[in-house]
Design a protein around this ligand. Structure first.
Ligand code: ADE
Length: 224
């Protein structure tokens, strides 16, 4: 899979892809992430990519030309399945969306900034708009990092234990059950005995019960 991210703040986006699972996935060749600085796509001597909005009002708006140039250059090089715009008024990201996006080959993610982008970008260049939640970030970069992370960890071979994404919270509309590790007894706080029993059918049953209990308690909306 290939992910191209377009931003005015490339430095804000680099570090998440330079550590841990996201770095390993790239090193293994399972995904390539390319970060493009929107300012590289303007002829303006001040590298200006935003301007005041027509009609007046506070806040700068990202202009269509540099965005069009960047997206057109990428599209001339390969086909893209989706051109996603990160915006608080997009469809809220959930596990189902991440699962379906992880099946795609090439995607572009455009990060909004300031007051957003010229509406003509959204009308003519964007195929999908995604929000990471009902709150406003100072730009789409952190949202793009969240989106890319949820997608990349689902790619086959990225997680060491291939089945482990399948047992994630949300994968079957249930929260994941509690997990424990050494020591068995920490200052009187004990690990549930069933997990030490070696009886795997019993352990599986316990985990299913706990997943259901936890979902009922914390996220009953998932069960509807
Ligand atoms: N840009 C600003 N707020 C955002 C949000 N909640 N999700 C995605 N992109 C954003």
């Amino acid at each position: 899979m290939r992910i191209d991210i377009i931003t005015v703040l490339p430095e804000l986006l680099r570090s998440p892809f330079e550590a841990s699972i996201l770095k390993r996935a790239q090193d293994k060749g399972l995904v390539s992430v390319h970060i493009h600085n929107l300012r590289d796509f303007t002829d303006d001597s001040y590298k200006q990519v935003d301007d005041y909005q027509f009609g007046g009002g506070a806040g700068m708006v990202l202009m269509i030309e540099p965005i069009d140039r960047c997206i057109s250059k990428l599209k001339a090089e390969r086909d893209y399945d989706e051109v996603i715009y990160m915006t608080p008024d997009g469809a809220t990201l959930d596990q189902k969306t991440a699962n379906s996006l992880s099946l795609l080959k090439n995607i572009i993610i455009l990060c909004g900034h300031y007051k957003g982008v010229d509406q003509r970008v959204r009308d003519s260049l964007i195929t999908r708009e995604i929000s990471i939640g009902d709150y406003v970030l100072s730009g789409g970069e952190l949202g793009a990092a969240v989106l890319a992370d949820t997608i990349i960890r689902l790619l086959p071979g990225v997680l060491n234990d291939e089945t482990s994404a399948l047992t994630d919270t949300f994968q079957d509309n249930l929260l994941a059950p509690p997990v424990y590790t050494r020591p068995r007894d920490y200052k009187g706080l004990e690990v549930p005995p069933v997990l030490l029993s070696g009886n795997f059918p019993e352990i599986e049953k316990w985990r299913e019960e706990k997943a259901m209990e936890r979902t009922k308690e914390k996220r009953p909306d998932l069960l509807k």
